[in-house]
Ligand binder design. Structure first.
Ligand SMILES: [Zn+2]
Length: 252
């Protein structure tokens, strides 16, 4: 089954959290998001949070949102509630209260509406770049902070920028999380390692036809080719230089 990965949802008249092309390509328009959710509903799918997705019921699709943008509560949550879907919102703890992101009160509200809250690190640092102390801050301190805010256990983690290594996996596994979600475009089954779950990105230019294919686990090879090209770029250039070049060369 598929775990879908969303980021900010663009709502008419509302400025985005960030404007770099590499960010905007992950921002889905509200009308497209609504069409995608309607498509699921009308075709017999149920959108569920990660905790429930681990039952791997083939009629479900896990809905996940990274970063903790205010549009999680203001745009996505009302649409999801209208059709009775669950979702997991992975929050970057250190972004709470920054312009465009959820405030602490909004995070509590999102949680009290029944949506699952996961952790997406403290500062959105790339885990593969960090030493032990850095990993502890991003994986453990962030979890503790989120749990204090919502008063519930935070048991699911997603990797900033989709980047991780074996040390990061080991810490997530040993510090009370039940799953780690990557940005690797593949489906998951009962045989999948819960600490390396695949997720399929829904992007600004994803058509409803692509979306439908992804939900059936089809056409993911195209996304994987793009991913491997990015991985090669990162390995050759290093994360920081790669991001800088990409921000400069990508248009749209
Ligand atoms: Zn992120």
């Amino acid at each position: 089954m598929v775990f879908l990965m969303y980021h900010e949802i663009e709502s008419p008249g509302r400025p985005l959290c960030q404007g770099a092309p590499g960010y905007v390509r992950y921002v889905v328009r509200e009308k497209d998001f609504r069409a995608q959710m309607d498509h699921l509903k009308h075709n017999g799918w149920r959108g569920v949070e990660v905790g429930e997705a681990l039952k791997f019921d083939p009629s479900t699709a896990a809905l996940t949102f990274d970063d903790g943008c205010a549009t999680d509560l203001l745009v996505a949550a009302p649409i999801l509630r209208e059709i009775g879907f669950g979702a997991t919102f992975y929050i970057t703890a250190g972004f709470l209260g920054k312009p465009g992101y959820l405030t602490q009160a909004q995070l509590r509200e999102l949680s009290s509406l029944g949506f699952q809250i996961g952790c997406h690190s403290m500062t959105h640092a790339y885990l593969s770049d960090l030493d032990e102390a850095g990993l502890r801050r991003e994986i453990i301190d962030s979890k503790n902070q989120l749990e204090q805010l919502i008063g519930k256990p935070v048991e699911h983690f997603s990797c900033p920028g989709g980047r991780y290594n074996q040390r990061a996996i080991a810490m997530v596994r040993n510090e009370g999380y039940r799953t780690l979600a990557t940005s690797n475009s593949r489906t998951n089954s009962a045989d999948t390692d819960c600490f390396e779950l695949g997720r399929v990105p829904v992007m600004r230019e994803t058509t409803l036809r692509d979306f439908e294919s992804y939900c059936h686990g089809r056409g993911l090879w195209r996304l994987r080719i793009r991913e491997s090209l990015r991985h090669i770029g990162k390995r050759v250039l290093g994360n920081t230089l790669y991001d800088r070049l990409r921000a400069r060369t990508l248009h749209g």
